[in-house]
Design a protein around this ligand. Sequence first.
Ligand code: NDP
Length: 401
Amino acid sequence: MSRVLVIGAGGVGSVAVHKMAMNADIFSHITLASRTKSKCDAIAASVKDRTGVVIDTAALDADDVAATTAMIRAVKPALVVNLALPYQDLNIMDACLAAGVNYLDTANYEPREEAKFEYKWQWAYQDRFREAGLMALLGSGFDPGVTSVFTTYTKKHLLDRIDTLDILDCNGGDTGLPFATNFNPEINLREVTAPSRHWENGQWVEGPALSHKQVFDFDQVGPKNMYLMYHEELESLAKFYPEIKRIRFWMTFGDSYLKHLEVLENIGMTRIEPMMFQGREIIPIEFLKALLPEPSSLGPITRGKTNIGTIATGEKDGVARTVYVNNICDHEEAYAETGNQAVSYTTGVPAMIGAALMLTGQWTGAGVFNMEQLDPDPFMDMLNRHGLPWKVQDLDAPLAF
Ligand code: NDP
């Protein structure tokens, strides 16, 4: 029985709050706060309709540390779940420290003026959280999040030693729209247009964005082009699993998405530097975000499935083995359950699970934690019970590329 404050009323926040309401034995009181209160109220109405649970809502600008601290003190939660944008991470962590409350997020901090996600800013909070006796759990979404837990599970149960790890993220969903991003467009475009980077033999190998393509036949989706990308869990996996010689992240993109992205980049619409327009300063990518559909509006029109997992090679009992752990999530089923498409669903459910494990004392500690540092078993068990079932498959051979 615990009180929780969720910050951020987007697609991910909506799923997490619906799933928390469905687990009222753990989340006995939920407050949802975000910049636009009407979005919190719309989610609250849906939660009431679907589950009968009444949640509190509030307006909050989480860039304002004093206001966030005051809200935490007023709500008195046992945990703050940050599902706003990566820009707010440090401010919300500061507010949690000031108010003496545990913290959880799904995406690592990014400065607005530089498209660069790195854990160093949040890892720098290690001593402050430890000394305060508080826990901060970083990256409890799908990727990062479940992908790190799949890796920890692989190491605990399936392989004695992991040699290589490939994370394969396929969104086989189709909105029928020529161009839409399935999570926050600004964050999505900053991530996709960054140079590719993977970990090999103790160092980072960089290449131009989206320059390395492979085809993979995804179960229940079919063959898709996937592209080598940098993704934030590569940094924590390389840190916590120094034995892994090569770690790569692949994401699928359709031709229409890439065609639009190329044009938008060429004409400067994805730029993050401010520019003057008709006497006022604008940031092109923020303007573009305002033109694109909100991820939370894509639920009713998205068909198809996501298939996200990890392929690890290594050894078990002296024998070479390649294991694939993955989850398949159906966009229409996710929408029927929570009113949101599968990309929000696959992030919001793990956020709820990470929160539940902290609130029930199954995941505890003082300091800043990545998902790899915690016991995978209760998390894997909850994935199966709360809408993201997974399976383990032995592959005949490692990936051919
Ligand atoms: P959305 O853009 O749909 O939602 C973000 C919400 O945060 C909006 O409601 C927005 O308010 C609110 N917000 C933004 N700034 C502030 C602020 N200063 N104070 C209070 N609220 C604020 O994004 P998503 O729901 O798609 O994503 C949420 C988070 O999840 C992001 O950090 C994203 O990177 C992460 N994510 C992680 C994934 C993973 O697998 N680990 C996958 C997908 C997403 P407003 O409505 O007013 O704009």
